[in-house]
Design a binder for this molecule. Sequence first.
Ligand code: PEP
Length: 259
Amino acid sequence: MRTKIIIGNWKMNKTRQEAHDTVAAFTELVKNVDGVEFGFCPPFVYLAELASSSSISIGFGAQDVFWAGSGAFTGFTSVAMLQDIGAKYAIIGHSERRGRFGKLEVPASTVGSFAETDETVNLKLKACLAGGIVPIVCCGETLAEREAGNTDSVIATQIAGALDGIVEADMGPLVIAYEPVWAIGTGKVCDSAEANRVCAMIRGCLPASIQATTRIQYGGSVNPGNARELFSMPDIDGGLVGGASLKAEDFAQVVLAAV
Ligand code: PEP
């Protein structure tokens, strides 16, 4: 039995006070919830203080991490630093960090600033697995890739690239988030049967020994109205939640939908 995992990705939102207020309100709403794992990935600047202030079992994580241990890497944060401040998770390869920042209106000339690739995802995944941070590896197809009938092959390539060179025995903590790019922040949720089909396909891409135990989340416009149906699907083990994690009441309802 896989414990469902619901993670809120705040992206670049909230003031420091709003961050604390949201966590405090959420804590009140979920303090008696059992049997589901949940947490937030706030902006880096708030991560340390939120991770050390939580009174219940809310896990906190980073929205990104760098693979090197230390050194001359201006602006980056290592796995060891995340460990040091009590962070539990790191999101890796979010579509807003891959390619054109997930947004076609961003000019091609800036792509190099954000262009996470399957290779960088692989390096970050290895660093997390070696350093005790739970990696949440994002994968998903764009609308153009779906319309061209390439959803499964795109995702299979992303998963193969992410896992390249990692031995099965080290993959235990791995969490995967299936996030169709066209569903992120758009209000267009993927049909639950189709999301489940893709999550099952992803499971089939994993080494046989970890297929039954690896948690695969769905992400893309999850909200209190659609979460229960999505989380009732056999191959969907929770959600990576953007917009609906910004309000304590909405996120608590999403968490309760997984119980
Ligand atoms: C996300 O940022 O990973 C996400 C799924 O966002 P939203 O829930 O807003 O679509």
